[in-house]
Design a protein around this ligand. Structure first.
Ligand code: GLY
Length: 579
């Protein structure tokens, strides 16, 4: 009997992982990886990022006597080097911070801006048809990068070590190279043809015959190291003026792009008020427009507050049905209303109101999937999309928090490296709507508020988020890459903690799913749900698509005893470290 029990335990552990939640389906660690790399406990500080070298860069800065904002600066530049397919100084991002001493809660927006010469019809042909490739590859795909300006602004406000010190790990990594890891090889392979068409990109990322460099070989980014050195020495003007700026513009001109020196010089970081919501009494702060993330996370949670999800069970068909229906509704609203609030009137207050959520909750049938007929907005074809973007979260024992999502959009952005700089330029212009009803890389439908305009910021889903406990202190911070799935992955992790009382590891590793209105399906990531749960969902009329979501949550939780618990999503490279 004893052996039978042990055997049963072992079998169920292999199938479902050890968990306080019996039968919870959750992701396994990737082969050859150790759980201790992805999970850490500490008191003084905690770092969760998508790259081991990046986590080590932030640690190096703490060890040099830097504070959390120095560590975040180090992580931003290091991840730009370590994940050149996902993010970089040719891109942009958002950073949400909580500064305990001043009680500042600030959302830094360093999203790319459309060049001044950009215009509404620039991604359409003479017949008004979307020219898909133009917003994805080459010079027109790039918005004016904001990452350097944003990170330096936060560092100027709150950092205490010199830039030369905090940027040292990134510069060294670019100069001395690092071993290409499997996900970088996969991304390079997928983009090899496009990278090959630009000699400046080919020379860094490809072999002579334009094949991708293999995992295990060394990637050197010497030009990028020089650019980073310039930024470390000269600050903002090291990127936005002078030599580097001239080289960016020269490479744009060479391929007839629109970006000018004036666009670079006039790039503006925006400090915004975070979107604020509550769920079961917990305060949630997240990213406002031009991100759709925070608004829809709060909207979905508001809708779900009207149901007893915990009573139904975390991975029950009923909870999944209600949750994905709430996602579906939010994405229909996203298409209709969302855009850059500096340009358009975005009704955030209504979208996050409890009253509106209650009305929407009443619209969800309890045992039937909503269909396109339930929504007034027209349908469009859906595109295929890769994984991209990156996220890191850092907390310290004094109660400060930094959580930041950074990106060049698709893998290797526009595929164009600005000659002589090592900078991979973003393809964030694809996040604009080419026309009303147009679809982007992630299949998100574009509305009138998100059409291209000069100096406007494209709509995003990036959702760095902080949750406050009932004493109004930050206790959970998180975010993830992966396009439109960002907001639903963050929302589900919140739900796993706040509604289902899961520990952080389970909350991050649990099977995740996503509904974005179009396509009309629940996309479920591995290891999926039990067969009978999925059968029940199908019987309600849901279509199921088994496909990884690409989210890689980087989360930190402060326990009630003050200990910090870091988790880096076990689904890919990453590392949590704290002391
Ligand atoms: N580029 C993806 C996003 O901002 O959501």
């Amino acid at each position: 009997m004893k052996y039978f029990l042990i055997l049963t335990f072992l079998v169920s552990s292999i199938l479902f992982g050890c968990s306080a939640f019996k039968g919870l389906r959750k992701a396994d660690l990737i082969e050859g990886k150790d759980k201790n790399t992805y999970e850490s406990f500490g008191k003084k500080y905690m770092i969760s990022t998508q790259g081991e070298a990046t986590t080590k860069a932030a640690r190096f800065v703490f060890e040099k006597g830097g504070n959390i904002f120095d560590a975040a600066t180090a992580a931003s530049f290091a991840i730009s080097v370590e994940r050149p397919h996902s993010t970089g100084i040719g891109g942009g991002g958002f950073m949400l911070i909580h500064h305990e001493k001043s009680n500042h809660k600030e959302a830094y927006d360093f999203r790319e801006m459309a060049p001044r010469m950009a215009h509404k019809g620039m991604f359409l042909d003479a017949n008004g048809k979307q020219i898909k490739e133009k917003s994805l590859t080459g010079p027109f795909a790039s918005g004016t990068p904001g990452l350097v300006a944003g990170v330096l602004e936060v560092h100027k406000q709150y950092g205490k070590l010199p830039l030369e010190v905090v940027m040292e790990p990134a510069i060294k990594m670019a100069e001395m190279g690092f071993k290409i890891y499997p996900a970088l090889e996969v991304a390079t392979k997928a983009k090899a043809k496009k990278l090959c068409s630009y000699p400046s990109s080919k020379k860094i990322f490809l072999n002579e015959d334009c094949t991708a460099r293999k995992a295990g070989t060394i990637l050197y980014q010497k030009d990028l190291a020089l650019t980073l050195r310039k930024i470390a020495k000269e600050g903002l003007s090291g990127f936005y003026e002078g030599d580097v700026a001239k080289k960016i513009v020269a490479s744009q001109k060479k391929y007839k792009g629109l970006m000018t020196l004036k666009d670079l010089k006039n790039y503006k970081v925006k400090k915004r008020e975070p979107v604020v919501g509550t769920y079961r009494g917990y305060k949630i702060l997240s990213m406002p427009p031009p991100s759709s993330g925070g608004t829809h996370i709060v909207q979905i949670l508001n809708i779900l507050e009207n149901f007893d999800l915990k009573g139904f069970g975390a991975q029950s068909a009923k909870s999944i049905h209600l949750t994905s229906s709430a996602m579906q509704i939010a994405f229909a609203d996203r298409a209709e209303y969302m855009g850059d609030s500096d340009f358009k009137n975005v009704p955030v207050d209504t979208l996050i109101s409890k009253k509106y959520a209650k009305r929407l909750a009443n619209k969800i049938p309890h045992a039937r999937a909503l269909s396109s007929k339930d929504f007034p907005v027209s349908m469009s074809k859906i595109m295929r999309e890769p994984e991209h973007t990156t996220h890191f979260t850092i907390m310290d024992g004094e109660g400060n928090v930094v959580t930041s999502t950074q990106t060049i959009n698709g893998w290797f952005g526009s595929s164009l490296v600005a000659e002589g700089t090592g900078i991979v330029m973003n393809n964030e212009m694809d996040d604009f709507a080419s026309h009303v009803g147009g679809v982007n890389l992630f299949g998100a439908i574009g509305g009138k508020n998100n059409l291209v305009e000069p100096r406007k910021r494209p709509l995003s889903s990036m959702s760095p988020t902080i949750v406050y406990n009932k004493e109004d202190k930050p206790f959970l911070a998180l975010g993830t890459p992966s396009g439109t799935r960002i907001l639903t992955c963050v929302m589900q992790t919140l739900l796993n903690v706040l509604e289902y009382d899961m520990g952080l590891w389970d909350a991050v590793a649990a099977t995740r799913y996503h509904h974005q209105w179009k396509p009309e399906e629940i996309r479920i990531g591995p290891p999926f749900f039990d067969k009978d749960v999925e059968a029940e969902l199908k019987a309600m009329g849901h279509k199921i698509n088994h496909k990884a979501l690409g989210c890689k949550i980087q989360a930190i939780m402060k326990n009630s005893d003050g200990n910090l618990h870091g988790v880096s999503d076990p689904r890919e490279e990453g590392m949590s470290f704290g002391i």
